[in-house]
Design a protein. Structure first.
Lengths: 162, 214
């Protein structure tokens, strides 16, 4: 799930996010586990998709993605991330959060964003599907950049222990 | 020097997040941070229902957090949001009684009599983010000087007409029973690269800090 390409279409009152290309079997399974289904886009073969209600606007996520390896983020952008996650938590949209965490392009966002996602959702981790898998992906992404992921994620694996 | 006296200029090596400790026996602590504009800010629980974001003053010594730079940038952003969202919601008290912030960073109303100090506010926020700053199980209860401090808190709360009498009455029993996290001990923990910090280590470094500030 480290780098999946998402597309989206409008269908009635819903946003449908779907996997754009080359999903692996594991990715398909993960989508399915998140409540995803399969849809056909432009008469092509059915692809895994997740339906999100229109009022859940996740477009802010794409503004975080960098096209370069030098991923940076401003403090204001980082606070926007926290505010947007909090809005989903406040509305108890745990399924949307699970979808968001599963579809995140880990290597195209700043390390601070990954930390924000992990730490802000920590208290409700048991209500977010595949949260442990998400945490593993964060660690992998950080490690691949030469950052000690285990150290940055201290305290998140086992409650009360760093 | 473990800590440095605050001057009006933002130190180049703060790296977004640290803390400021009052020079008089380390009696007060808050987090010191800056966002991208480089303006230093001091977020601290000043008193009952008074979480403030101020400009640090020369009455304080400061230190930088021992955590990694990515986490420190996140903490700066998060404390700034919490400070702005909860200016008048957090009661002052001796025992913070477990979980105090929800996943939104909003204060969860505590039972009557429970509340936070300047130091336990920092511990509580860290805890809510999955960063155990100190090993709370190792903290002693009912140290003699903490009991004196507890009675002083009680006296001060009684003088404040805005504080409900029910809160003050319920708080009395915590003077003997609760663990107090002293500001200088939390300063010591914040310096650590490898939390949670056990009491013994925090106390040792706290004594060194106090000796230097004297």
């Amino acid at each position: 799930l480290l780098d999946i390409d998402l597309g989206s279409v409008e269908r009635g009152d819903q946003h449908v996010y779907y996997l754009n290309s080359g999903p692996t079997t594991g990715t398909r399974s993960a989508f399915h586990a998140l409540g995803g289904s399969y849809i056909s886009i432009e008469n092509l073969a059915p692809v895994p998709a997740v339906v999100v209600e229109r009022r859940t606007d996740l477009s802010w996520l794409t503004t975080l993605y960098s096209s370069t390896e030098n991923v940076r983020i401003s403090s204001a952008q980082l606070q926007d991330v926290i505010i947007n996650i909090n809005a989903l938590l406040r509305d108890k949209k745990f399924d949307d959060l699970a979808f968001l965490l599963a579809s995140l392009k880990f290597d195209r966002v700043a390390p601070e964003v990954l930390i924000a996602f992990a730490r802000v959702t920590y208290q409700v981790r048991t209500r977010i599907g595949h949260w442990s898998k998400f945490l593993s992906n964060v660690e992998l992404s950080l490690n691949s950049r030469g950052i000690d992921g285990k150290k940055l994620l201290r305290g998140l694996r086992t409650p009360g222990k760093a | 020097m473990i800590l440095r006296r605050w001057s009006d200029e933002l130190p180049h090596d703060l790296e977004h997040f640290g803390f400021a400790l009052h020079h008089e026996q380390g009696k007060h602590i808050g987090v010191l941070y800056h966002l991208d504009n480089g303006v230093p800010r001091f977020c601290h629980l000043g008193w009952n229902w008074s979480l403030r974001i101020d400009k640090p003053t020369q009455s304080y010594f400061w230190g930088k957090s021992g955590l990694d730079r990515y986490t420190k940038r996140f903490l700066a952003a998060q404390f700034d949001l919490i400070g702005r969202a909860n200016p008048d919601t957090i009661p002052y008290g001796i025992d913070a009684y477990g979980k105090c912030f929800d996943s939104d960073g909003n204060y969860i109303p505590l039972p009557v009599g429970k509340g936070m100090t300047c130091a336990s506010f920092i511990v509580s926020v860290f805890r809510s983010l999955g960063i155990p700053l100190i090993d709370e199980t190792t903290w002693p209860k009912g140290r003699e000087s903490d009991k004196e401090w507890g009675h002083w808190v009680l006296q001060m709360l009684r003088r404040d007409p805005a504080v409900p009498i029910t809160h003050i009455d319920a708080l009395k029993s915590d003077i003997d029973e609760a663990s107090r996290f002293r500001p200088c001990e939390i300063a010591a923990a914040l310096l650590s690269e490898d939390p949670p910090v056990p009491f013994e280590d925090a106390e040792r470094l706290a004594n060194e800090i106090l000796a230097e500030m004297a």
